[in-house]
Write a protein that binds this ligand. Structure first.
Ligand SMILES: Cc1cc2nc3c(=O)[nH]c(=O)nc-3n(C[C@H](O)[C@H](O)[C@H](O)COP(=O)(O)OP(=O)(O)OC[C@H]3O[C@@H](n4cnc5c(N)ncnc54)[C@H](O)[C@@H]3O)c2cc1C
Length: 477
């Protein structure tokens, strides 16, 4: 029996464990897959709380469908019928700028009509197909790319808030190639975003926004329950030890040491750095350098009178300098059915991110008071919320800053030099939920192939006995 240990029970680790378990029956001698999760439940950032008739997402509220590995995972675990596509009205997106909420329809005429762009900004946007493509492959910020192709007004007024909405990040620091690789590819392959989008129309779909009936955590829970692998929650991996036949992971100090033929690291980059420090300090430093600012989510539920004040759609991004600390709001009850009592509205406000890391120091009570005041002011609401839920995520969303792709290439090389070890997670090759899940599936598949190819893997006793096995012989770091 060979053993694969996955460190981290977020979607990437569970997807990796699931993919590896699929191959287990074909593995000579068998394969045992074990996920070790530090927290009290699986799902990592995906955490769905059902309370008093409301369903609140503490982390992601949806994913974009259509990614092959993600679809394989959902079908494979039998959740296809539980998928919940977002309502059609979620196509309506809004921006708060110049003191009012404006609908964003990304064509220059509507942007001009809505007052999001001025005449010069709209004309400059129209000129995009005539702007020469950049031919070098130097890393460029998201803001610089947008300013070069679409004009500084679009970059300032639309791209800065958009980066806040997706990454809770600063478009001036985020790398286009790493954060929005499809945008970079449009310019590279078609010479222009407009021409690229026209050429690709009908050929590719950006995928529909989707969740599950019981929220985003339903997928991790289903994987843990029936994915064909073992999961242990409340099990923090404190050390990773190299042995003469593979690896061992020390759980909760040295209380327990679990030998493994292969290990997949699926925790956040900052959390995996200390585990790798004894084996490759440079690799650990690369992981620790991926910044992960705090985000706080405040969900407020309102009754019918206040609900009428909230526009129908996906939500609103709030430009900086408009007198609000919130980065934006998502209108959860408009996105999906069944997220609150009939006639009510659930507004999720985001704080923090790369532009306001100090928000991470606010208490739950301070955040709730801030959100109540700002939401009432934004929509002109008179009624107090009837429901409230606050969550603080101290290190929330990895920032793919300039140089991220080169950093990830160095990380991949360094991991490859440590046989039996692999790594996944949204800190590396895609920050969104479907990216993390897809990467997990790919890394799980690859880990099994490497295990198959490796000679000299020693059969092990099943885990119950193996947990107390002593480490054969340590290889000094
Ligand atoms: C507020 C917020 C909103 C978001 N909104 C969206 C959205 O709308 N759409 C979208 O696509 N994405 C969104 N995301 C991103 C999405 O949540 C992530 O892409 C995805 O959940 C990452 O999964 P992961 O498994 O890579 O990492 P995580 O979910 O971070 O999981 C890592 C796990 O590893 C565990 N771990 C770490 N160290 C150890 C250790 N030493 N031992 C054992 N376990 C360990 C952690 O406890 C954690 O459970 C959002 C994220 C946040 C924070």
């Amino acid at each position: 029996m060979r053993r694969l240990v996955v460190v981290g029970g977020g979607i990437s680790g569970l997807a990796a464990a699931w993919a590896a378990s699929q191959a287990a029956p074909r593995m000579e001698g068998g394969l045992e897959v074990l996920v070790l999760e530090r927290g009290g439940a699986v799902g990592g950032k995906a955490s769905s709380i059902a309370r008093d008739g409301w369903l609140v997402e503490e982390g992601p509220s949806g994913f974009l469908g259509g990614r092959p590995e993600m679809e394989r995972l959902i079908d494979g675990i039998g959740l296809a019928s539980e998928r919940m596509p977002a309502n059609r009205t979620s196509a309506r997106r809004f921006l708060f700028r110049g003191g009012r909420i404006r609908q964003v329809d990304p064509n220059p005429v509507s942007l001009l009509r809505e007052g999001i762009l001025g005449p010069r900004g709209a004309l400059r946007m129209l000129a995009e197909p005539f702007i020469a493509a950049r031919r070098d492959d130097a890393d460029e910020s998201v803001w610089a790319f947008a300013a070069r192709r679409l004009g500084a007004e679009v970059a300032d007024r639309m791209i800065l808030p958009m980066a806040l909405g997706i990454f809770a990040g600063d478009a001036r620091r985020l790398s286009l190639a790493a954060a929005f690789p499809r945008m970079a590819a449009l310019e590279r392959e078609h010479g222009s975003l407009t021409r690229g989008m026209i050429a690709r129309r009908g050929r590719t779909s950006s995928g529909a926004l989707t969740s599950f009936r019981c929220g985003m955590q339903q997928l991790p829970r289903a994987l843990a329950e029936r994915g064909g692998f073992a999961v242990r929650c409340g099990a923090e991996v404190r050390a990773l030890l190299r042995t003469n036949v593979g690896w061992s992971v020390a759980v909760d100090g040295d209380a327990e040491v679990i030998p493994a033929d292969a290990v997949i690291l699926a925790g956040e980059p900052w959390a995996m750095a200390p585990l790798l420090q004894p084996h490759d300090p440079a690799l650990a430093a690369e992981l620790a350098a991926i910044s992960c600012p705090p985000v706080a989510v405040v969900a407020l539920g309102f009754g019918a009178a206040a609900a009428a004040q909230v526009p129908v759609g996906f939500g609103v991004l709030i430009a900086r300098g408009e007198g609000f600390r919130m980065l934006g709001n998502l209108w959860e009850t408009h996105l999906y059915h069944g997220r609150g009592p009939a006639g009510h509205v659930l507004v999720r406000a985001m704080f923090g991110g790369a532009v306001d890391p100090e928000a991470g120091a606010l208490s739950e009570a301070e955040l709730a008071a801030l959100a109540r005041g700002e939401i009432a002011r934004l929509y002109g609401m008179m009624d107090a919320p009837v429901f409230e839920h606050v969550v603080r995520v101290p290190r929330a969303i990895p920032q793919y800053e300039i140089g991220h792709s080169a950093r990830v290439a160095r990380i991949a090389d360094a991991i490859e030099a440590l046989p039996g070890l692999s790594m996944t997670g949204n800190g590396l090759r895609g920050v969104a939920f479907a990216d993390a899940a897809s990467d997990g599936v790919r890394v799980g598949d690859a880990a099994v192939q490497q295990l198959r190819a490796r000679v000299g893997c020693h059969p092990r006793a099943p885990l119950a006995a193996a947990c107390h096995e002593t480490i054969p012989r340590m290889v000094p770091p």
